[in-house]
Design a protein around this ligand. Structure first.
Ligand code: MLT
Length: 215
């Protein structure tokens, strides 16, 4: 297999699995203005002891790291989104190989901009991941690719008081995923544009039911 080590040339954190790992390895994807360290505490809550790959978004918006460009709040530069989704997919393949993770074992856990790049990547590279947890997530593409996601587990956790994401947009995202065969679990919360602790606990229970593979 061709080594894609060059694709790892970006800031990221890798945490190896501990002997007592009890859930799937995680691909952590931070929100705008965050970095590769932000979501590391989620490991203990979602998949204790699991391997973690946590890259930094390579786009800067007024100095704030993101995973792709946007034209304004909630309006995405879809050309850049496609480019960055493919770029992240290449990174994920390289990290999987470099750190001897089982193919297709990572569960993407994204918050806000990180959730949007997770679904954008999933919709173009359905063979890469084991599952996805999308928190404060929007619809990534105006016309999503016609990909087969049959049986693919996706958890969507959006807040009913999120000023950036309407109820209709959350419904559209879930419908687009279901239309492609994904098994979507809805874990709504009563808050705004944030990560919800109760939803995380419920998501952890679901993640534990996924096959645990080497990593
Ligand atoms: C995005 O650009 O991905 C969304 O507007 C969420 C955000 O980053 O604030």
């Amino acid at each position: 297999m061709t080594s894609e080590a060059g694709s790892l040339n970006r800031p990221y954190v890798f945490l190896p699995a501990t002997p007592v790992a009890s859930g799937p390895p995680l691909l952590l994807l931070h929100g705008t203005g965050g970095d590769e360290h932000d979501l590391l505490p989620l490991r203990d809550l979602l998949s204790p002891g699991a391997a973690v790959v946590s890259p930094r978004g390579l786009v800067l918006e007024n100095g704030m790291p993101r995973f792709f460009r946007r034209l304004s709040e909630g309006v995405f530069d879809e050309e850049d989104l496609v480019f960055r989704a493919d770029e992240l997919a290449t990174f994920v393949r390289a990290a999987t190989e470099q750190h001897s993770l089982a193919a297709r074992s990572l569960v993407a856990v994204g918050f806000s901009n990180g959730a949007n790049i997770a679904s954008a990547m999933l919709l173009r590279h359905s063979d890469l991941l084991r599952g996805a947890l999308l928190m404060a997530a929007m619809v990534p593409y105006t016309s999503p690719p016609d990909v087969d996601l049959t049986g693919f587990p996706v958890i969507v956790s959006n807040g009913s008081r999120d000023p950036m994401i309407s109820h209709e947009e959350t419904m559209r995202l879930k419908q687009q995923l279901r239309d492609r065969g994904a098994e979507v679990t809805d874990l709504p919360h009563p808050g705004g544009h944030r990560i919800d602790r109760d939803a995380l606990e419920r998501a952890a229970v679901i993640l534990r039911t996924l096959d645990v593979r080497a990593g």
